[in-house]
Design a protein around this ligand. Structure first.
Ligand code: CTP
Length: 133
């Protein structure tokens, strides 16, 4: 049976930290599914809309060789349903989420991978804002 890996994120202003986590997640199994946070979910979590709209963020992630399947994550409260629906064997998250998903250890393995140092969407947006001043 192929090992099915799943991960979630916004993947706004796509950068090398996103590439790294997706390639490492893919290397843990045979099939990688990625849940892309919708624009509305992002607004409810972070109080702002992403720079790239959800259709574009989904297309960028879908285009990667390491990604087998993508879907929209509409609600954080549906995590368990998404894991079951996509038959996840392994849930991968960046270690900024460490411990937060341990409750799903009853239905899949939960793995936290170290974040890539010194890069984030928030920092990139901030750097562009400062460059414009
Ligand atoms: N990620 C990572 N290394 C980074 C940035 C992100 O491994 N330097 C991982 C996160 O841990 C998450 C996934 O990429 O599992 C998607 O993260 P996302 O929140 O979309 O990206 P960030 O750049 O962290 O965005 P923000 O700064 O808006 O939080």
């Amino acid at each position: 049976m192929p090992t099915r890996v799943i991960t979630f994120g916004t993947f706004d202003v796509f950068h090398v930290g996103h590439v790294n986590i997706l390639t490492r997640a893919h290397d843990l199994g045979d099939h990688l599914t990625v849940g892309i946070s919708t624009d509305e979910l992002n607004f409810s979590k972070k109080g702002r809309y992403p720079i790239y709209r959800q259709e574009h963020r989904l297309e960028i992630v879908r285009s990667l060789d390491c990604v087998s399947e993508v879907f929209y994550e509409h609600s954080l409260d549906l995590k368990r349903e998404y894991l079951l629906e996509h038959r996840a064997d392994i849930l991968v998250m960046g270690d900024d989420w460490k411990g937060r998903f341990d409750e799903f250890g009853d239905i899949c393995e939960v793995v936290y991978l170290p974040r890539t140092a010194d890069i984030s969407t928030t920092d990139i947006i901030q750097a562009i804002r400062e460059a414009e001043l």
